[in-house]
Design a protein around this ligand. Structure first.
Ligand SMILES: [Zn+2]
Length: 78
């Protein structure tokens, strides 16, 4: 596998990403199916052991909408 340099985000994108991550909270619970301890984001979980997921409505915060999604910048290489 060949190593490739990752694109470095500009300061504005880095600040936007940091602001987004500030609003996220890592939460933990016990899987209701296999009793593994699992971690999720804002109360939404997917168990890597058995595949259980909780309903999205159990999340602690509303999900982002399409309006919240920022389009990716154009790739210079295409
Ligand atoms: Zn599980």
């Amino acid at each position: 596998m060949k190593w490739r340099a990752q694109p470095v985000p500009d300061a504005e994108r880095a600040a936007a990403a940091a602001a987004f991550l500030d609003g996220q909270e890592i939460t933990r619970t016990q899987c209701v199916q296999c009793y593994s301890e699992i971690a999720g984001v804002n109360g939404r979980y997917a168990c890597g052991n058995c595949g259980w997921v909780n309903p999205w409505t159990e999340g602690h915060k509303p999900l982002p909408t399409a309006e919240d999604d920022v389009p990716a910048p154009e790739s210079p290489a295409g």
